[in-house]
Design a protein around this ligand. Sequence first.
Ligand code: FRU
Length: 515
Amino acid sequence: AGLTQNADGHAVNGMGPSRRPGLHPSTMTSIPSTSEDFWRPALHFTAERFWINDPNGLVFACGQWHLFFQHNPQGNTWGHMSWGHAVSRDLLHWRHLPLAIAEDPTHMAFSGSVVIDDKGTSGLGDGGQAPLVAIYTACAQPPARHQAQHLAFSNDGGTRWTKYAGNPVLDIGAENFRDPKVFWHGPSGRWVMAVVLAHGRIVSFYASADLKHWSHLSDFGPEGGVQGIWECPDLISVPVKDHAGRRAWVLKVDVFEGHPSGGSGAQVFIGDFDGQSFQSTQPARWIDHGSDFYAAISWAHVPAEDGRSVWLGWMNNHRYAAATPTLSWCGAMSIPRVLHVRDDGAALLLCQEPVSELQAARREQRRCGPLGLGAGGADEVVGLGAGDVLDLDIVWRPGTAREFGLLLRCGGEQATRVGWDAERRALFVDRRQSGPGPDDPVFRSPQYAPLAPQADGSVRWRLLLDRCSVEVFADGGAVVLTNLIFPSPGSRELKAFVSGGAAELVTMECWTLEA
Ligand code: FRU
């Protein structure tokens, strides 16, 4: 409300009255860490202050996981887009570094990727070390709207960046041509870029020998979710589980609106890429049934001995991101997730699971179960302890119950419900009483993800709770729900509930987490 939106729906900073009383960008620099820091995640990445959106340029270089990200260095709403920067050695603890690529008077620095030019193809290195090269969209400052692909390079391992004097390197005169994801395609011995024509719902592929000259290869789309514009493509070769050495090509594309849970979300196509064009071999699927997982990209140059495909996404939704209630910072990243593809006979499924590094953050362990609930016919709620940063695994045996599950961050009238609905055979997250949050039906409606009981009849899920988020993983990571919540600091209880019949909580294993 009250925010001006640009053509892509971004709330435009500094134009129109701010929704946050007294928080005009020009006054924000003096705002100290305020009391709302009880929502600041313990384990999820946030900027030291101010707004973030998409992860950018994820690259593993010199033993560090680099996280660049869309950042407004001047305020807590979208605008002045530049690349922020942080590094980690364990994907858990992040060290903030100076702004990497700043906007300039003519352009903002929109999303893109980073590669290590270890073959020296670009000639942008100096001396022996391979340069890091960022390929990003330069978006003309408003009211102009032109978008083209630019390069910046770093010869000190990613701290200081120089914009390439020959920019743009790819310009088709379009206004919605953005988010280049570049990788080295070994078989054809050249760089390949996936980039969107956002309004056309098209991913275009380009090739280059030197990162500076690009030629068009092919187009993919429109296909799958096409209600909203397309953004942030990523084409990734992902290992197929239980098939040693087999990999599948996964093309991820975000949709600005039209996700089944409402607002923005991400879809995947799985198929073949022959170095020239991508063909999907099965219908598109939504990656995450929650409403807060967007613009994910995978880390480039993960060492071969690691072998993992790892990504993270912006834990938010363009529908209501500008109305989330944190004051001195806005936006967090999801937990980094390792990807694999599972062949379930009928289809290839993209599965996401929290990276194993997270286990190092586990502290106190609690166990409970078996526990028969609702046997007397009445709905039942039992206390299981308390906590605001938890990693838990839970196994249920459905009985006659209509619904069973967990109440997180309970206190007073507040609770976030995470459970299983027997009639729908679906896992759900219900934020109707999660605390203050955007006044938006997408935020306030329960979200469902189809989930059948396992072969042994049980229903199980893993859940990561942080101070303003819940991420739920089931069916080996094929079913995921990511959601923001904003409970009061005093709402800390954890409970189990059963309604409309009986169910058994077989076991719950729970750890407190601490970075
Ligand atoms: C996605 C997106 C990208 C764009 C960036 C601008 O969230 O709209 O398409 O590059 O954000 O901040």
